[in-house]
Design a protein around this ligand. Structure first.
Ligand SMILES: *Cc1c(COP(=O)(O)O)cnc(C)c1O
Length: 361
């Protein structure tokens, strides 16, 4: 089999150009005589890779000097603990619970802080993102946490909660780099790389510098303090060098595509191709409420588990892989991150139409 269209939610597909470049440089990176995997993280070559990656991301997302860019480990899941441990002053935070990752973050936060759920959409199996306009938060909280794009349920916050001077913390694992973002609206943004950035093993944290403090909760491990990583430019210990190198290449690739406004346009067109099929279909039903629909993860069902399984198996034969939905929603999910081409989405849309026609015979 040749290369497939991989609609998996993460680890997810990467731009083919990036993979080819990495392959070319595999044995000998820029005349160093070695692979990036074999290189000291203290070497000038790797220092260049790291600072290039940071600089390119700063340009792409328009990140001001008020923010630090950190490359950490432990996945987005470790941020569920690092955020409360580091941002706590008053020991209080409010969470919006719009999916299972948002809920996990909230539950982890509860171990350390007095946590309150500002709003939840669990009543409808997280099929929507609640209205946040005018949503009130408690007095004296240290931050408000959201999961901006709910990977499993295919929903997204299209309006941000108004938190005033309280820092907004966002898990952007599955929507980062999909569109331009006004970073200044956030205190902290984090994302596991394996969805829309690069390989698994590195977690991106964009944090406003005033939130990086030495006075964190007692017993916070050194490795879980943002200040440790900030002071050492993400090199307190050995960073995930190769993963950072690939992320840097993806950032450059995005710049070459024309940046995040261009990606937004492409991503909206891709999502529309699939949502149009769902809206016209007598077979497929989108599981997310229309006004909450994600442009990165498109979730749908036929209402018949056997038919869902036949769809997934048939798609695979067409080279359209990993379209099975998460077990908590069932059905199908097409993750259409930046590296998925319009052509790939067109193929999936055509397959959906053909499948429906066949079934309706
Ligand atoms: C995948 C995902 C996570 C978990 O990420 P890990 O890096 O595996 O810990 C958390 N939040 C969101 C929104 C995700 O999509």
């Amino acid at each position: 089999m040749g290369r497939v269209y991989n609609f998996g939610p993460g680890p997810a597909c990467l731009p083919e150009d990036v993979l080819r470049e990495a392959a070319d440089e595999m044995l000998n990176f820029e005349g160093s005589g070695m692979s990036v995997m074999e290189m000291s993280h203290r070497s000038p070559a790797f220092q260049g890779i790291l600072s290039d990656a940071q600089q390119t991301l700063r340009e792409l997302m328009g990140i001001s000097d008020e923010y630090d860019i950190l490359f950490l480990q432990g996945g987005a899941s470790t941020q569920f603990a690092m955020v409360p441990m580091n941002l706590s002053k008053n020991g209080k935070a409010d969470y919006l619970v719009t999916g299972s990752f948002a809920k996990k973050a909230m539950q982890e936060g509860k171990k350390y802080l007095d946590v309150s759920i500002a709003v939840s959409s669990e009543d409808d199996n997280f099929a929507y993102v609640p209205e946040v306009k005018g949503l009130a938060f408690r007095e004296g909280i240290d931050y408000v946490h959201i999961c901006e794009n709910n990977t499993i349920y295919g929903t997204k916050f299209w309006t941000l909660p108004e938190t005033g001077s309280v820092p907004l913390v966002a898990d952007m694992s599955s929507c980062i780099l999909s569109e331009p973002v006004d970073v200044s609206k956030y205190g902290l943004i984090y994302a596991g790389a394996q969805k829309n950035i690069g390989p698994a093993g590195v977690t991106l944290v964009i944090i406003r510098k005033d939130l990086i403090r030495d006075e964190v909760l007692p017993y916070t491990p050194t490795m879980l303090k943002y200040s440790t990583h900030s002071k050492n430019n993400s090199m307190y210990n050995t960073p995930p060098c190769y993963a950072i190198y690939i992320c840097g290449k993806v950032f450059k690739w995005l710049k070459k595509q024309g940046g995040l406004s261009v990606m937004q346009d492409v991503n909206q067109r891709k999502a529309k191709l699939l949502y149009d099929v769902l809206d016209e279909s007598n077979l497929f039903v989108g599981t997310a409420h229309k006004d909450s629909r994600s442009i990165m993860n498109v979730t749908f069902v036929t209402g018949d588990e056997q038919l869902d399984a036949a769809f997934v198996a048939g798609a695979k034969k067409e080279g359209l892989v990993n379209v099975k939905g998460h077990r908590s929603v069932g059905g199908m999910r097409a993750s259409i991150y930046n590296a998925i081409t319009i052509e790939g989405v067109e193929k999936l849309a055509a397959y959906m139409r053909a499948f429906e026609k066949e079934y309706k015979k």
